[in-house]
Design a protein around this ligand. Structure first.
Ligand SMILES: N[C@@H](CCC(=O)N[C@@H](CS)C(=O)NCC(=O)O)C(=O)O
Length: 209
């Protein structure tokens, strides 16, 4: 049996879609969640391939970078799309998600740097709000044409997991309102009600990110 160990911090963040692929596939893995500020991290940081987490160890072979890890497990367990074209669409949606997240990073940095509230509001209005509008429009357009209710093809892919988990984060941080987004809400609920995910979602640690 292959030994999988996924190491990350005590949040959903960049590791959550990969955790969900393991649950969907019914494949056992060690889900290591280091508490923020854990002293172990100082030492581990010098040892992991790119000095950051998440890292997936596969029988001791370490893979860094969350997107590479997620694609690797999704391909291996059948959640990457059923054809090269579906795989390309799953990748495209995740790339679009990354563009959107980049717009939010500026708000997070401004908050961290204790920038005045007006400055944070300005960044939101000029960068994050239009980016969210465009991202939601793209996703709604895809879902309007989807027969399955999933973003790609007729079954769940890692693109659905990435988008759904980000909707959770947006909702927890006041940037996603279910009553305003029926299609995205249906996607989120569809993913969370997948029989192999339902129990995990209900029992996982509740975190802001
Ligand atoms: N592009 C990388 C980013 C990884 C990253 O930023 N990891 C953060 C946690 S979300 C980290 O390891 N922070 C601790 C540090 O840099 O010391 C990925 O997607 O895996």
């Amino acid at each position: 049996m292959v030994n999988y160990k996924l190491t990350y911090f005590e949040v959903r963040g960049l590791a959550e879609p990969t955790r969900q692929v393991f649950h969907l596939a019914g494949v056992e893995f060690e889900d290591v969640r280091l508490p923020q500020g854990d002293k172990k991290w100082e030492d581990l940081k010098t040892k992991v391939p790119f000095g950051q987490l998440p890292v997936l160890s596969v029988d001791g072979f370490e893979i860094p970078q969350s997107a590479a890890i997620l694609r690797y497990v999704s391909r291996k367990f059948g959640f990457a799309g059923k054809t090269p074209e579906e795989e390309a669409w799953a990748d495209a949606i995740v790339d679009q998600f990354k563009d959107f997240v980049a717009s939010f990073r500026q708000v997070i940095i401004a908050v961290r740097e204790n920038k005045p509230a007006e400055e944070i509001e300005r960044i939101k209005k000029e960068i994050s709000d239009p980016a969210k509008e465009s991202y939601f429009k793209i996703l709604n357009g895809i879902l309007a044409k989807s027969k399955s209710g999933f973003l790609v093809g007729d079954s769940v892919t890692f693109a659905d997991l990435v988008v759904a988990d980000n909707l959770v984060t947006l909702e927890k941080n006041g940037a996603f309102n279910r009553s305003e987004q029926p299609k995205l809400t249906a996607l989120l609920e569809k993913v969370h009600n997948l029989p192999k995910l339902r129990n995990y979602i209900a029992s996982r640690p509740d975190t802001q990110f």
